[in-house]
Design a protein around this ligand. Structure first.
Ligand code: HSC
Length: 302
């Protein structure tokens, strides 16, 4: 449905006709809005806004939009997020995705109110929060622009992204232990790979919050920025990545991610094979020719 609305939204007249004639039975989670002032097209699901941004409109911006609950990651929000990632992954124009939050939180974790009364049997047999993995499975690069609280599942969501920038006001932590549970979406597994055992244990066992400066020091985020610079800088980085060959960017992401999953020897073998495989692309030929001819490359994503 979002795809249909996207096409129709290019033409506001057709769009308004379609919207009024299809208002019965339309997925009410998806409301398309045409923003005439900026020329940008923004889609509003119930809990997530999506927009194509950047000078070439090739950056997929996803904004978590449940500010009253500090973007607590309820089932509906995670479904909307998963759909938004699907939409941008399918869109051939989109090179890079950015995930950010609305209000004072990036995300304050999984929705405690939604989880509070669940039983062991329900979470085990019900495929509870099974769509949480979608962001980490995206083939395109994903940048987290962490604007505020990134706690519990919010911190885990950030770590599922490939690169994280943080606002100076952001706060991080894995406070699950304080409510009688443990991180369930990578908190115990990813922090240790980034910051080592002592830090990972301190964070997960104490539930202490830590600042953006500390997150940068331990390598959890790569840059800390003034709040008003966060999104512009994330977009600038996304555009820089978007100037490269999409096919080679995807291969490079796969190679870096492999380091998480395997031994150094296996990883080096994998990297070498991926390096060799870039020689099957036209973009590798173009990139090297452009260097020698002292001109910018014109990648065709082939
Ligand atoms: C495939 C497997 C998947 C596994 C998934 C797993 C999970 C993950 O590892 C588990 C978690 O994240 S566990 C979670 C780990 N996270 C935590 O433990 C952090 C919990 N949150 C906090 O500690 C505090 O809210 C802050 C310190 C963030 C802000 O404090 P402040 O500035 O005084 O603000 P305030 O007044 O407190 O909040 C404003 C409103 O937002 C509401 N709300 C906020 N977070 C919520 C949440 N997670 N939930 C629901 N609601 C949440 C809050 O109730 C209030 O609503 P009300 O209707 O007006 O009452």
């Amino acid at each position: 449905m979002a795809g249909v609305i996207r096409k129709l939204a290019q033409n506001p007249v057709t769009f308004s006709k379609f919207f009024t004639s299809h208002s019965v039975g339309i997925n009410t989670n998806v409301i398309a809005q045409r923003l005439f002032s900026t020329g940008a097209i923004q889609f509003q699901r119930e809990f997530v806004l999506t927009e194509k941004t950047g000078s070439k409109k090739n950056i997929g911006l996803i904004t978590l939009n449940r500010p009253k609950a500090l973007n607590a990651l309820c089932d509906g929000l995670m479904k909307d997020l998963s759909d938004a990632v699907d939409e941008f992954e399918k869109d051939r124009e989109i090179a890079t995705l950015i995930i950010t939050g609305q209000g004072k939180a990036f995300a304050a974790g999984a929705d405690i109110k939604e989880m509070q009364s669940l039983t062991f049997a329900e979470v085990v047999t019900g495929g509870f929060l099974s769509h949480w993995l979608r962001v980490s499975q995206c083939r395109k690069p994903v940048i987290a622009a962490v604007n505020g609280y990134a706690l519990g599942g919010g911190c885990e969501l950030m770590m599922m992204c490939d690169i994280a920038y943080a606002s100076e006001t952001a706060k991080f932590g894995q406070p699950e232990i304080l409510i009688g549970t443990i991180p369930g979406a990578g908190g115990t597994q990813r922090i240790i790979k980034i910051a080592g055992k002592s830090k990972a244990m301190e964070i997960c066992l104490s539930g202490n919050q830590f600042s953006a400066a500390e997150a940068e020091k331990m390598g959890l985020v790569s840059k800390v920025l003034p709040p008003d610079q966060l999104l512009p800088e994330a977009i600038k980085l996304a555009e820089k990545i978007g100037n490269n060959s999409k096919i080679v960017v995807g291969l490079c992401k796969e190679a870096v991610n492999r380091a998480y999953e395997t031994t150094l020897t296996e990883g080096l073998n994998f990297e070498r094979r991926i390096f060799h495989s870039t020689f099957a692309t036209e973009d590798r030929q173009e990139g090297m020719s452009a260097f020698i001819e002292k001109r910018p490359p014109n990648f065709q994503d082939k």
